[in-house]
Design a protein around this ligand. Structure first.
Ligand code: DX5
Ligand code: ZN
Length: 216
């Protein structure tokens, strides 16, 4: 049970956000996963800084912020100010990934890099030592509730091998379509963090669903 569970707030009830945040606080979840979408990098707009600032006031767990925005380097300081603990940028959205990763770390946050389903894990070979987390997208980013892409298992295994070969320490996070049907195989392939949105919040008992994912 060493893996972490990060419920995605994107699937929460925004009319009752405090209740859902408290549910996460009182559950076996480890992190809050917060999806920021700009309508440019992905074909959807979610929420931004005011919401995250207010979640920070009540969240008792790590804030894992996933930026699906172009040129994320523009907002690193702002996300630090509102309470992000982990800041993940997309490989596909950064012209100068090395600089961006180090700017995140200089602000005192952990730095993550997310890969779209079409991006090879080997694209990160030369920066793996600098990264705290790699987020493998197991759906095309932009929406909750999509089906898990099966090729993700192969990517987790490749990334786990790369981690061993390079003696790196980053965590492997899986984001999109995660449920109790694929969680065990993902963990066996080397995943450390499972993000789950719809599977948690659309279930009859989200607290119990988190527990099932945690104890799988
Ligand atoms: C997708 C987001 C995910 C999403 C996951 O672009 O990055 O974090 O909220 O939702 P589910 O678990 O419903 O696929
Ligand atoms: Zn996400």
């Amino acid at each position: 049970m060493t893996h972490k569970i990060a419920p995605s707030i994107l699937a929460a009830d925004f009319n009752n956000l405090q209740k859902d945040c408290e549910m996460i606080n009182n559950s076996l979840a480890d992190w809050f996963h917060l999806d920021v979408m700009d309508g440019v990098f992905v074909p959807n707009i979610s929420f931004g800084m005011p919401i995250i600032r207010d979640i920070k006031k009540i969240a008792e767990k790590t804030l894992d912020v996933h930026l699906m925005i172009t040129k994320p380097e523009r907002y690193i300081t702002d996300f630090k100010k509102i309470g992000a603990d982990i800041l993940t940028v997309h490989f596909e959205a950064c012209n100068h990934l090395h600089r961006t990763i180090h700017a995140i770390k200089e602000e005192g946050m952990q730095a993550g890099v997310a890969l779209n389903p079409h991006t090879s894990v080997y694209a990160l070979t030369d920066i793996l030592q600098d990264i705290d987390l790699v987020c493998l997208m197991s759906v095309n980013p932009g929406f909750g509730g999509q089906s898990f892409i099966e090729n993700t298992y192969k990517k987790v295994q490749e990334l786990t091998n790369l981690r061993n070969q390079t003696n790196s320490k980053f965590l492997i996070e899986i984001d999109g379509g995660v449920n109790t049907g694929n969680a065990r195989k993902l963990l066996d392939s080397g995943a450390d963090v499972l993000v789950a949105g719809s599977f948690v919040f659309k279930s009859d008992n989200p607290t119990k669903t988190i527990e099932e994912l945690k104890k799988i």
